[in-house]
Design a binder for this molecule. Structure first.
Ligand code: ADP
Ligand code: MG
Length: 613
């Protein structure tokens, strides 16, 4: 509850709105897709609440989305309203959801924006740079400001007795007012106040001039946009269109020119038409669905604006029937590494939406996969806890994991460039699977590409799989050598590498934080132990070709010669190190730090410390 207020947008939101308003995003149509997507989610939520008896008595008999096009008196008075009779929002929700970016989004947004500004000449973002930012954050609701001067949202949360109005011109502030339902008229909203759900009224920017926007109150435009972007939406998207049959009927009685003002006021007869086919894409065979349809569906489920890199379908019949439609995105979401990231697999039961982010269906390390699973035999009341233990869900999850891993592997084999992108964006996430998913570790290793000291030739893949590494192993080499660190530059300059370089022995250069952990979890590959070259004593005597090998006697003698120095150093550095010993593996550097075989690496130590562990 609360009266009428003017509030400021949060800084990041303001910047984003500024981009929306001032950059010409190449596809303004997307605003309608976003509004319809939100409306559809709101209807899903309401139906679910009614099913699970959270909201008994709520009317779900005619859930739908409606487009109300009002041509107004002039080009500048046109208004498009999108309504739904879904779950609606409370005042607090409007403030939290509409006035603010998601928490995980703000920091990412700030960084990306700063980076884009730094890269731009005199801080002015190019059209492309703004479009990229808008696309990456895919901020749904705010995209309305691409086409509207003023946006008014009026909403009533199902089961509550208040109505909230939110209005903004996309500048620094928005107005918000909340009143009891009985006083809805006092909001001064010049459209129809919804008795359930949300209405969003867009006072459209003029079509002429440099904006060159399509006319979003024209019937043909709305038909086209809905068909293109929202055809699969499960709820009817309705619009009043001219009713020609009624026109004919009108002509028959048109002779008696009655002065009955009712008829004249109503204007031309209209009828409600549903603009979308409402066909659930996952129930249709892949051959019957176009790439464009899949792309738009992907954008709806993932709340993203990019294209899917891969589209995967799974269908199972028999005792346990289900269908899955899954996507591997081409761009990473901004919250991929944030603890409150959204996972994107939705659960449906016989085409009824049950939950977002069904964690039982997809492991953490594949959290970038988006899509839906529609299972035929689950209860509509199924809870997250029950899902975790459901044997059938476990079986679906297994199949999904296998399917995704196979797809990634196939991408690597057949579409090199696409795989490179994928690995760059999601490699660090997938490698978490090497720790968590013993059963599939081998499969994941097939496409896990790592950097190494090997110098790749022109056009050759600079990264290597473990299998390829093993094939190249030096004479006498029985272990897989690696070094971990914060960056490629840091590890490349490590004195630990000297002896390996000198002997022509390849070393993996692992620089993702997750590498620290999987090398411990995996311990070996095809029977070859993974060995950190920064820990313990690595015996290189029998490996590769020694540049100027010292005999054992020579080494022994050196140890004796330097024993006084070593003792003195050991005493002087007592508080810093466990032991000082003579190294036979350094070539150019005078000294290096070595960890005990079972010590944490400095990287891991830093990681734990950063996490307060
Ligand atoms: P996203 O859909 O990715 O969450 P949006 O900017 O499109 O981002 O919407 C922000 C939030 O506002 C939604 O998650 C939802 O909670 C709320 N919202 C938007 N539109 C509606 C609507 N028509 N009915 C109910 N809630 C809505
Ligand atoms: Mg949205």
């Amino acid at each position: 509850t609360g009266g009428q207020e003017k509030r400021e947008f949060q800084a990041e939101t303001r910047q984003l709105l500024d981009l929306m308003i001032h950059s010409v995003y190449s596809n303004p149509d997307t605003f309608l897709r976003e509004l319809i997507s939100n409306a559809s989610d709101a209807l899903d939520k309401l139906r679910l609440a009614a099913l699970t008896e959270e909201l008994p008595g709520v009317d779900t008999s005619d859930l739908h989305i409606e487009l109300i096009a009002d041509g107004g008196e002039s080009d500048s008075a046109r208004r498009l309203t999108v309504t739904d009779n879904g779950i609606g929002m409370s005042r607090e929700e409007v403030i939290d959801l509409i006035g603010t970016l998601a928490k995980s989004g703000t920091a990412a947004m700030r960084e990306q924006l700063a980076a884009a500004r730094a890269a731009a000449k005199d801080g002015e973002l190019s059209e492309q740079a703004s479009a990229d930012l808008i696309g990456q954050f895919g901020i749904g609701f705010y995209s309305t400001f691409m086409v509207a001067d003023t946006v008014t949202l009026v909403t009533r949360k199902a089961g509550e007795d208040e109505i909230t109005l939110w209005r903004s011109s996309g500048e620094d502030t928005y107005d918000i007012a909340t009143v009891p339902v009985a006083e809805a008229a006092s909001l001064g909203f010049d459209g129809e106040v919804p008795m359930q759900g949300t209405a969003i009224a867009l006072d459209l920017k003029p079509t002429g001039g440099d904006t060159d926007l399509p006319d979003y109150v024209a019937e043909h435009t709305l038909r086209r946009v809905v068909r293109t972007y929202s055809d699969f939406i499960a709820w009817p998207i309705r619009m009043a269109v001219p009713d020609n049959s009624a026109d004919e009927a009108g002509e028959d009685s048109g002779d008696d020119e009655s002065a009955d003002s009712d008829v004249i006021d109503e204007g031309p007869k209209t009828k409600e038409e549903t603009l979308n086919s409402q066909k659930a894409l996952w129930t249709r065979p892949k051959s019957e669905v176009t790439d464009e349809e899949y792309t738009e569906f992907y954008r709806h489920v993932s709340h993203a604006w990019d294209e899917p890199a891969e589209t995967l379908t799974i269908s199972a019949e028999g005792t346990f029937e289900y269908q899955a439609l899954l996507f591997i995105p081409s761009q990473p979401p901004f919250d991929l590494f944030s603890p409150d990231h959204r996972r994107g697999v939705q659960l449906y039961v016989r085409r009824v939406f049950i939950m977002d982010d069904a964690e039982a269906l997809i492991p953490q390390y594949l959290r970038f996969v988006k899509g839906v699973v529609d299972a035929a035999d689950l209860s509509l009341n199924v809870s997250r806890e029950i899902l975790q233990q459901d044997r059938q869900i476990t079986a679906i999850r297994k199949r999904i994991v296998r399917k995704v891993l196979q797809a990634v592997n196939a991408m690597r084999e057949n579409e090199r460039e696409k795989f490179d992108e994928f690995w760059q964006h999601f490699g660090a996430v997938v490698k978490e699977g090497l720790i968590a998913d013993d059963a599939n570790r081998e499969q994941i290793f097939k496409f896990t590409e790592l950097e190494s000291t090997r110098e790749a030739g022109e056009g050759e893949n600079p990264r290597t799989t473990l299998a390829e590494y093993v094939e190249r192993m030096a004479e006498g080499q029985t272990e897989i050598y690696y070094i971990t660190g914060a960056s490629r530059a840091a590890v490349e300059n490590s004195p630990h590498l000297e002896a390996f370089r000198a002997r022509g022995v390849e070393v993996l250069l692992l620089t993702d934080p997750v590498d620290e952990v999987w090398v411990d979890a995996a311990t070996d590959f095809e029977g070859k132990p993974l060995r950190s070259i920064a820990k313990g004593d690595v015996d290189l005597d029998k490996v590769g070709t020694a540049p100027d090998a010292k005999s054992e006697e020579e080494e022994k003698k050196a140890d004796e010669d330097f024993s006084d120095l070593l003792e003195w150093l050991g005493g002087a550095l007592e508080d810093e190190v466990k032991q000082v010993r003579l190294s036979h593996r350094l070539v150019d550097s005078p000294a290096c730090m070595v960890g005990d075989t079972f010590d944490m690496t400095p990287q891991l130590e830093r990681m734990y410390r950063a996490n307060g562990m």
